[in-house]
Write a protein that binds this ligand. Structure first.
Ligand SMILES: [Zn+2]
Length: 431
């Protein structure tokens, strides 16, 4: 009552006006309806691209989608003329990280930095990321806060801390601790880092998977070797988070991975990041990269000492060889009908969030996949592989997370870079 007396008549009138007509335009189009009209639609499913489509988003979610003429645009909808353009779902990165990296240093795990990174992913069209490890309370809180219609940054799903340990008991405790915090996945590394560190023992892997499954959580595995990939599949793992990089994936592996419909995330760009800075990479002159990167980082990466260190690194050489094997495996597994999900393992220093997703998609095409298959692997399939049901495809009921492109990426995957705008829950991501 007191407040009402303090509000002058002009202000009361203005507030009434805003409530009736102006509110939607102030807080974002998703308060009403938003319609994209005329675009070629790549919806992230197995469907072929649909020309001259209409997509209606209401309160952040897709209400209707289909060919023009079959979809009614609601009265009062904000209409975006997308004729001659292409719309695809927001990109889903099935192996990323959101963490403490700032510039080329780590140790900056805080809400402000995480939010900055999720904005960066989103501006590159990556609207959902599975952060597979290194997640702390602030990351969980951002995950919890993203199920509302006002969101305008990338969604994040979290694994908590990477589970490691030398006893069954400690492994089970760590799984429980992550589960108690509300983790979406359990992440484990089964790797000896090119022979330089001990690998987790099979009995511990078994205990970890058993405990995760008791808590109804999927297990995502970092690995390198074909034998380990077979082992973890038999043990019940749910996601292969890196490429097999020592040997060609054989029929035994293909049978195992397909029998349980486990997804495989190649993370080819992770390999690239281990050796590419031995000299100036070609992408350092790509405007699509330069528009977001801090120039100081490039200078630091191009210092002669740093370049020669990488050039003379034995592990860089080994990962470079591993990349050749990894690319062959992408082709072999894709041809065999294994579900591949796009992922980059970005987040650590010099693995550039957002930009590397586009590089990864290009590399998957270069490895032998069709552009449309790569788009599916980067949208609908990736969402399914990380168990996020309401993103990844542009179908009724899903979140209105999409990318508007000036060129069609089904014709040339590099066209994923022709971003004109990105929407999350029907909200335009700020430039
Ligand atoms: Zn990772």
């Amino acid at each position: 009552m007191k407040l009402r007396l303090l509000v002058p008549v002009w202000l009361a009138s203005f507030m009434l006006y805003m409530a009736l007509v102006g509110f939607a335009s102030l807080v974002g189009a998703n308060e009403g309806s938003l319609a994209f009209v005329g675009a070629t639609l790549i919806d992230g499913t197995d469907a072929e691209p649909l020309e001259d489509s209409v997509i209606v988003i209401t309160h952040g979610r897709i209400r209707t989608v289909g060919p023009r003429g079959s979809v009614t645009v609601p009265d009062g909808a904000v209409v975006i003329d997308a004729s001659g353009k292409t719309i695809m779902p927001g990109i889903v990165n099935a192996h990323a990280h959101v963490g403490g990296t700032l510039g080329l240093s780590t140790g900056h795990y805080n809400t402000e930095n995480l939010t900055r990174q999720l904005g960066l992913y989103a501006r590159y069209g990556v609207t959902t990321v599975a952060s597979l490890g290194g997640d702390e309370a602030q990351g969980f809180a951002l995950r919890d806060g993203q199920f509302d219609a006002g969101l305008n940054r990338a969604r994040v799903f979290v694994a908590g801390s990477v589970v490691a340990g030398s006893t069954e008991e400690s492994v089970r405790e760590q799984v429980n601790s992550n589960a108690d915090q509300g983790a979406n996945f359990i992440k484990v590394r089964v790797d000896d880092n090119l022979g330089r560190s001990p690998k987790m023992a099979p009995s511990l892997i078994d205990a970890l998977i058993d405990q995760a499954h008791q808590r109804r959580l999927p297990v995502a595995v970092h690995l390198f070797y074909l034998d380990d990939a077979k082992y973890i599949l038999r043990a019940g793992a749910d996601l292969i988070a890196h490429s097999i990089r020592d040997l060609a994936a054989d029929q035994e592996f293909i049978d195992l991975v397909k029998a349980r419909d486990v997804c495989y995330v190649p993370t080819l760009t992770r390999e690239v990041s281990t050796f590419i800075y031995e000299s100036e990479p070609a992408f350092f002159s790509d405007p699509f990269f330069l528009k977001e990167v801090d120039g100081g980082i490039l200078e630091e990466l191009m210092t002669p000492e740093r370049q020669s260190q990488m050039r003379n690194s034995a592990s860089a050489a080994a990962y470079k060889e591993g990349l050749v094997v990894a690319k062959d495996n992408v082709k072999r597994l894709s041809d065999s009908g294994v579900r591949l999900a796009m992922g980059t393992d970005t987040g650590p220093p010099a693995r550039f969030q957002g930009y590397f997703s586009h590089m990864e998609m290009q590399m998957m095409v270069d490895a032998g996949m069709s552009p449309l298959d790569v788009i599916r692997s980067s949208t609908g399939i990736a969402a399914d592989c990380i168990n996020v049901g309401d993103v990844g495809t542009l179908e009724p009921g899903k979140w209105g997370d999409l990318v508007l492109l000036s060129e069609n990426p089904a014709e040339n995957i590099a066209n994923t870079k022709s971003i004109e705008g990105v929407w999350v829950a029907g909200n335009r991501v700020p430039d």
